[in-house]
Structure formats: structure tokens, C-alpha cells
Design a protein. Structure first.
Ligand code: NAI
Ligand code: SOE
Length: 396
């Protein structure tokens, strides 16, 4: 393939906050890592809530055009891919309009704040036949993809159990502002939807479908200072401890037991109030023939124990991901040079554009996003009713 034969596909990105930055970086960098690239993503138009914010985002993130109205992205026949990087309550309206306009779609997680919206989004992309992806990017960390490869190869035998956590501390300080992430009408839920769903995605990716949950949820900090401005500063600044406060109506902490359809059992814990934990996404998977352990704060590493290792060399040991491992062909040439958050988004962009140009399916798609919402809803109901809930009992 020659450079001139690589298609150029125009992206319309909606939302110029944290994820606007991450996705813009990924579009610029993807062809630098994966070459020949499946397509050159052209940073065509960025939408924000006002014309001024959009113009600033365009200058910062390298977009050719900007608009204060996301509908102009949908109406523009030159745009091939719509990227939704806005707070959760706007995902459904934008995604359904994009699907009806025949655009391919990348939507940030969680797919939607409610099961009903997630289902409508899934039905819209199915009807339109467009490529669709939900941005659970952590499964694209090479060490996580390696864990899946080992499981598929039977290296740890039959999976018996999964223990997953996602612990952060940015919301542990009660003077952190009442951003959109603490408001049910925008976020849908708290730690559960925001970070617990990443663990649900990892559990489904690595172990299989979740059939039942038994959960507890709790809100420790019932009110927070009101925040001025839209973008979430993740508790870090803009504190206004003495100012007026508003009620937090989402969970701070969720813990649940899990049953998988294949007979495995597991647990999930998520909180943004765990002092000292930053992006502590961990899993430990025990199988009949071995163990896999991952900690995102050491994301170049996968801890493995294989029962098949010689008796005098057995023990949990560290595999450093590199060229021999998933996505190694495009990433850095020496193991442990360092995989970062940006790389997970670059790989996400690579897989999205590969799907668009080859027609091959890509996961996690909106069906996965919808199934994750069913599980999240089952967790909420289980915590409310203080009993085990079958995921298949959740409907809309
Ligand atoms: P943010 O608060 O940093 O930025 C959101 C931006 O969207 C703001 O600049 C806001 O002005 C803009 N916006 C809001 N409504 C809009 C509209 N109707 N049209 C155009 N722009 C609009 O939020 P952040 O952290 O970027 O989160 C966005 C989404 O990405 C959320 O769904 C969140 O859950 C998800 N997310 C995913 C991550 C991942 O690791 N996959 C990491 C962080 C966020
Ligand atoms: C805040 O908890 C947050 O930005 C989440 O919204 C993301 O999904 C996670 O990847 C990083 O933390």
C-alpha cells in the first residue's frame, strides 16, 4: 500500500474536554505508530457548547473547523466519523442522530446513563449499519490483551474466578466541586457508571458474560460545593469549600459479587474516594492451571503463574509487554519503554479505522455498551433490594 492510496477520513469530534484531548492525540498519532495506517484520520470539525470554546479547542487540538452546535457535525456530508466525547447524558441524542445520518461512531463510555437510552443507541446503529464502538479503552492495554490471549490459549486452564477493582482518590476530598460526575441526571450513576463499568468491560472481555450480581452501593459525601463552568476538573481545583452546596445523588462506592455464565465467580469494587489510589485498575484471574494479575499503575507488566512451569522455577513472575505481544508491531520497539494512557487511545483509533476500512467487526461495540448497562442496572437493583439479581431480569 502506498501513502497516497490510504484513505483520508474526516472526523467530527464533539466535546473538547479531557477526552477531546485524548482522542485528538490518538487521531494525530495513530498513523505514526501503525503504518501503513488503515486510514488517515483528518481532524475536520470540533464542536463545543459555544463558538468560542469550539474555536479554542480547534486551535489546541488541530481541527480545521469548529462549531458551537454539534448538529452541524451531523449535517455535514463531508464528515465520515462522529466521535462523542461529551458528558454521558448527551451520548444518546448525538449517537442516534449520527447513526441516522450514516456516520460511523465512536462513543465514550458509559454508552448512556440509562438502559433505555443504551438500547435505543444500539438499535439505531444496527438499523443504520454503521461501524460503532464504545470507548472502553483499558482492554486495549497490551498487557490486558495479552491476558486475554493467554486465557484463549488455555494457558491458565479453565477460569475459576475474577477479582477486579477500579480505585481512585480524586473525589475523596469533600471540598471537591459538584461536577457533572456527581449528578445523576447527567452521569446516570457515580463510581459505578464512571469507573465500575470499565471493570465490567474487562470482566466480560477476559472471562465472559456476567449472569448475576449481588451488590452494595454507598454515598459517603452527601453534598459538595457547587461548580461554575462545565468541564469536570476531577476534584483538583476550582474548590469553593465555603460557597453554596448541592446534593450528590450518585454512589461513591460500589462492591458486587459476580456470577459468570461459564460458571466462574468473581467480584468488582469501584470507588473514587480511596486515598492513595490513582488509576488502580486491577484484576486477578485464577484458573485451573495458573493465575494472571494486572495493575494498571504498572501497565507494562502482566504477572503470570503457569502450573506447567518447571517445579524449581514456579512462582508469580512478570512479563513486560513489547513487540512480541498484542499491538507490539505498532508500539515501541523495546519492552517496558512505557505504555501510557495515550497509547490505549491510539490503539482504539487504529482498531476503529481498521473496522471502517475493512468491514471487519470491532469490539466493544454498542451491543457491548448496552449489555454493560444491563449489568450496571442489575447492580443498582441488587443494592437497592439487598439480594442477588439475574441480569436477564433487567429490561426496559
Ligand atoms: P469533560 O468535562 O472534561 O469534558 C466534556 C466537554 O464536553 C466539556 O468541554 C463540555 O463543554 C463539552 N460539552 C458538553 N456538552 C456538549 C455538547 N452538547 N456539545 C458539545 N460539547 C459539549 O469530560 P470528559 O472527562 O472528557 O468526559 C467526557 C466523556 O468521556 C464522558 O462520557 C466520560 O465518562 C468519558 N470518559 C472516558 C474516559 C476513558 O478512559 N475512556 C476518561 C474520561 C472520560
Ligand atoms: C474519572 O473517574 C475518569 O476520568 C473516568 O471518567 C474515566 O473513565 C477513567 O478512565 C479515568 O477516570
Amino acid at each position: 500500500m502506498t501513502a497516497s492510496s490510504i484513505p483520508q477520513l474526516n472526523v467530527g469530534l464533539i466535546g473538547g474536554g479531557f477526552m477531546g484531548k485524548a482522542h485528538s492525540l490518538a487521531y494525530a498519532a495513530m498513523p505514526m505508530f501503525f503504518w501503513p495506517a488503515p486510514a488517515i484520520p483528518v481532524r475536520h470539525t470540533i464542536a463545543e457548547v459555544t463558538d468560542d470554546l469550539a474555536a479554542g479547542a480547534a486551535a489546541r487540538f488541530g481541527f480545521q473547523h469548529s462549531t458551537g452546535d454539534w448538529r452541524r457535525v451531523i449535517d455535514d456530508p463531508n464528515i465520515h466519523v462522529v466521535d462523542i466525547a461529551t458528558p454521558n447524558n448527551s451520548h444518546a441524542e448525538i449517537a442516534i442522530a449520527a447513526a441516522q445520518a450514516g456516520k460511523h461512531i465512536l462513543c465514550e463510555k458509559p454508552l448512556a446513563p440509562t438502559v433505555a437510552e443504551a438500547k435505543a443507541m444500539y438499535e439505531a446503529v444496527k438499523a443504520a449499519g454503521v461501524v460503532n464502538m464504545v470507548a472502553f479503552n483499558y482492554r486495549r492495554t497490551p498487557a490486558v490483551a495479552l491476558a486475554r490471549k493467554y486465557i484463549e490459549e488455555g494457558r491458565i486452564g479453565k477460569v475459576l474466578s475474577f477479582r477486579g477493582t477500579y480505585l481512585q482518590d480524586w473525589s475523596a476530598d469533600p471540598s471537591g466541586p459538584l461536577s457533572w460526575r456527581f449528578q445523576k441526571k447527567i452521569a446516570g450513576s457515580g463510581a459505578l457508571g464512571d469507573i465500575g463499568t470499565h471493570v465490567v468491560d474487562l470482566a466480560r472481555y477476559l472471562v465472559g458474560e456476567i449472569s448475576a450480581v449481588n451488590a452494595m452501593m454507598h454515598t459517603y459525601i452527601q453534598e459538595r460545593p457547587l461548580q461554575s463552568g462545565g468541564a469536570d476538573k476531577l476534584g483538583a481545583s476550582d474548590k469553593n469549600a465555603g460557597g453554596p452546596k448541592g446534593a450528590v445523588d450518585v454512589d461513591d462506592e460500589v462492591m458486587t459479587l459476580l456470577r459468570f455464565e461459564n460458571g466462574a465467580v468473581g467480584s468488582l469494587e469501584a470507588t473514587r474516594n480511596a486515598w492513595g489510589r490513582n488509576n488502580y485498575i486491577t484484576f486477578e484471574i485464577h484458573g485451573t492451571e495458573g493465575t494472571l494479575h494486572f495493575n494498571y499503575e504498572r501497565r507494562d507488566e502482566l504477572q503470570v503463574f503457569f502450573n506447567s512451569d518447571p517445579g524449581d522455577a514456579r512462582g508469580l513472575r512478570t512479563v513486560y509487554t513489547g513487540p512480541a505481544h498484542p499491538y507490539g508491531e505498532g508500539l515501541w520497539p523495546i519492552p517496558a519503554l512505557g505504555i501510557g494512557y495515550g497509547e490505549t487511545k491510539i490503539i482504539e483509533a487504529y482498531d476503529l479505522f481498521t473496522a471502517i476500512t475493512t468491514g471487519r467487526p470491532v469490539r466493544p461495540d454498542f451491543e457491548d455498551g448496552y449489555k454493560t448497562e444491563l449489568i450496571a442496572d442489575a447492580i443498582v437493583r441488587s443494592a437497592q433490594e439487598r439480594r442477588e439479581i439475574d441480569v436477564e431480569s433487567i429490561g426496559v
